[in-house]
Design a protein around this ligand. Sequence first.
Ligand code: ZN
Length: 297
Amino acid sequence: MAEERARHPVGGVDYPRTMQELQAWFPDDAACLAYLERLRWGAGFSCPLCSGASFWQAGDGLRVCRACQRRTSVTAGTIFHRTRSPLQLWFMAAWLITAQKNGMSAQSLQRVLGLRSYETAWAWLHKFRRAMVREGRDRLRGQVEVGETLVDGVSAGYAGGSTGRACVMVAVEKPGPGRVLGRIRLGLADRPGTPGLMNFARNAVEPGSIVRTDGALPGVRLVASLLQRWLTGTLHYGVAGHHLPYYLDEFTFRFNRRSADHRGLLFYRLLEQAVVTDPHPLEEILDPDHNPYWNFS
Ligand SMILES: [Zn+2]
């Protein structure tokens, strides 16, 4: 039953449906911690050091592994690792990011949350982006179109500068009845060409699916134009090349959940993935060499 619930979370039970419910559910940090514990360890505790399942609860809210005595907090090793900000603020950020259909700029997030620095808002957005798509999960299936598109307005530096184009690989499912497009996956290509596209398809698409890469691909073309519009319309300026993979993840997260009945379900999914996503300190986010996919030339 609990497992069934996890797969089909219920509004008002598993996630707040409105801003009022959000505020009522999470009046303090303790309520936020309890929610994160449910998301991270709801199916059972696992020690990050030895994978032991047995623990005792220490008075300070930490769990202590019975096998190796390691003390763990629910935020350790997640994007909330060692944060000095109240979790309530993080939750509000997650709500705002998911409540808006097209996302939110760091500037608006800073203003609405009253954060002291722009850098904090910017870093939070990037940390959440890293939790939006999990490699190897939710592969596409059925009939899938796979193709490439060139995206404009990508810059090589931090602060704009010369802008160029990047090659983005697109996989899109043939939709069910009454829908224009199914789910998508996106990837950044080093260079246009078949070998990279085949690797991308292998990662993005369930084995046994029918993949089309030739001829007219209306789904790929439509996704490409929506992506370009989102990148230039929402962000208003050139995306730094080494951050592009994470913007692609954000677009994918939003696109694949665009018809969710409640925006609250996106909030739930985002936090659910945030508690299993590595911390990604700011220095790493800022470091262009740290990006495993990107090679700007
Ligand atoms: Zn342990």
